[in-house]
Write a protein that binds this ligand. Sequence first.
Ligand code: CAA
Length: 383
Amino acid sequence: MLDESASFGLSEEQLALALEARKFAQQEIIPRAAHFDETAELPTEILAKAHALGLMNLVQAAELGGTGLGVHDACLVIEELAAGCAGVTTTIVANDLALLPIALGATAEQKQRLIKPICESGALASFCLTEPGSGSDAAGMSSTVRRDGDSYILNGTKQWITNGGVAKQFTVFATLDKSRKHKGICCLAVPGDLPGIKRGKHENKLGQRCSNTVQLNFQEVRVPAANLIGAEGEGFKLAMKTLDWTRPMTATIAVGIARAATAYACAYAKDRKQFSQPIANFQAIQFMLADMATAIEAARLLTLKSARMLDQDTPATLVSSMAKRFAADMAMQATTDAVQIYGGYGYTKEYPVEKLMRDAKLMQIYEGTSQIQRLVIAREMLK
Ligand code: CAA
């Protein structure tokens, strides 16, 4: 059974979906999470099994080889996977992130050609927006494209690219003319084997270590013009629209991390004795646990609300950013408190909570920092 709060309001089918993902996390992910954290290896076998079970490409259309879930139901799966390992889950969600600009902006012919082979093969793909000099200021990018006959020539460097070392296809944003700011940005689907692409080394990260993160360099890469997604100059809006879709999914990774930390902390507090009794008897510990559990509930509800709005085609920029901001900051607090409840033991790799704390930190940074989410929220409020 799912616990009462996680199963609130779900249909039989949704419960079955969440339970399948939970079983997968328990059997396949949790036993090996510490190994992949230690080695920072890509968990290829786990990913292949997830793909075979339909736990990848969650929001891609079923006729294109995806699982065909709405965002709400994808979040049910993602929470379970993330309670197992956030690094594995980021690898999985990054595929939807890479394919969504195509799903949202491409022609039917392009979707067949650029989404279906990725979904059917279980290959990885990458979303390439950030650059060494432009992170939060995504429109300030320097990578360029120029038209040359029936191709675009791509030059530039992309930074912190999830799945970048192994991706079969890149969704790349680059500008025709930097002086046009966001209005010059184009979106291109770039096959990973084109000449002129260099993949950097896997970054040695603090957390989510098995999620592959590299720098990519594109030098005079000739991309078929047929791979332009949307019109020239529409790339920035497509990137922003994509992030509206993925921020609830990312927020859900944070909920999964926090849920795992809270479950570990609860069990430890009942077991650990000080002053001749379990530390769970002390209000100092109880209040921490109460706040952790309450914040998880609130983050989950906000996240599922934003996901449902997307499923209902309601503009969700405001609530998606609220969910991402709240869930990311909540996970950082909850995992820090879990380490605190474990005390010295929690600070060692003998126990799982220090990994969760390291994994949680990334939630406040990628897919738009907590500060950028606040900026988006305030702009939407003041429109
Ligand atoms: N949907 C559609 N259009 C949107 C939009 C949205 N959500 N948000 C903005 N736009 C449109 C605006 O309406 C505007 O259009 P007009 O020119 O027609 O008026 C245009 O886009 C430019 O918008 P802004 O003026 O708001 O743009 P800005 O330069 O001020 O930037 C920003 C806005 C919110 C700061 C944006 O740059 C941003 O989100 N930055 C963070 C980037 C980010 O999240 N990066 C994460 C990379 S992915 C990653 O980390 C994943 C991974 O690998 C795991």
